[in-house]
Design a protein around this ligand. Sequence first.
Ligand code: URA
Length: 435
Amino acid sequence: MNMYDLIRKKKEGGILDREEIRWMIDGYTKGSIPDYQMSAMMMAVCFRGMNAEETGELTLAMRDSGDVMDLSAIRGVKVDKHSTGGVGDKTSIALLPLVSSLGVKIAKMSGRGLGHTGGTIDKLESIPGFRTSLSEQEFRRQVDEIGLALMGQTAELAPADKKLYALRDVTATVDQLSLIASSIMSKKLAAGADAIVLDVKCGSGAFMKDFEDAKALAEAMVGIGRHAGKKMRALITNMDQPLGDAVGNALEVQEAIDTLKGKGPADFTELVLALGARMLLLAELETDVKAAEERLEEAIADGRALEQLGRFIRAQGGDDACLSDDSILAPRGGCAELKASSDGIIIHMDCAEAGMASLMLGAGRSRLEDSIDPYVGIRFLKKTGDTVRAGETIALLYYSDEAKEKAAEERLASAIRIAESAAEGRKAIILDEVE
Ligand code: URA
């Protein structure tokens, strides 16, 4: 087999078979296939596409390029959840303790964030003492003991994807559906769960701006998961404005805690219940979405979910005093107000721009090596569809550096549009489902 022939085959619209894909991924991971040939292949895939079979085989080859977590010793159905990422997305921090408080086993690997705000790992690390660098043994033991553990992705997890993603990033070949779906799913499959719920974001703050693209990505990922023998469900959810009211690391953890106390923002609570219900269904603890949501609501109301969050924080070395003392995760430094420039209705809030404003305050990273400030961010008092009066506060910006605040406030102001009347109402948070 040689790479020249495979590139030519794909360039001419041919279908790569399992052996060819495995040989190519293996050679690229080991360094026997150079970047320039792989770049040509990625570009050929961008123009010619891959069918479902090829996409599935590419994913499995990338999964098998490194360690695959073996969770078989842990009893019960292990359910994972993945979000394609958005602004204010603190879902896992509320969702995982909630669902595991009802007996679902969760062994989750998460990443750090690049852009907007931090990733789940960065957010959790704003809890004093919280540790995510668990050994595999600690990780498995914790899932067995308390039903929930979360660790950072190891370098040995799908190394082919790591190398390939870095190459795609500099060769304008990231935005191809099969390549995105296989990249995400190779890491999910390597993490070893039996069932996966996907939260595919759609809108101005998401990777996929259009509904049709988000739906196609969700279908491709569900198809790959099933090809690999996993039980799958996906929701397509709205990311046209920040999720919940808080954007920033400690701020978002506080919002997740508040949600498990039954005091969360309506959109965020609805999303957590919707994803949680699907996780209960996949774990075969419920057969009906509505009944599952009711059970989740009960676990919030009777304090079980919050107790499980406390157990989770303590097991990972964190101080659970933040569950009763709001000052621990409170913003530090100054607070500025973004005020409405006129009377009217907020008709648009560019979500990616709101994320950029938060990054400019120091809550996110522009480069992987940047550090983040856990105690800065934005709290929205008004969202799309809300009526405002001139001079009324739309958002609070928490900052540590005045110059950064000025720039962030300007950026946020230009992301928000106010009109005398709204053409349409607020969009739902759940847009569609792939079962
Ligand atoms: N996230 C990933 O992990 N991979 C992609 O290709 C795109 C987003």
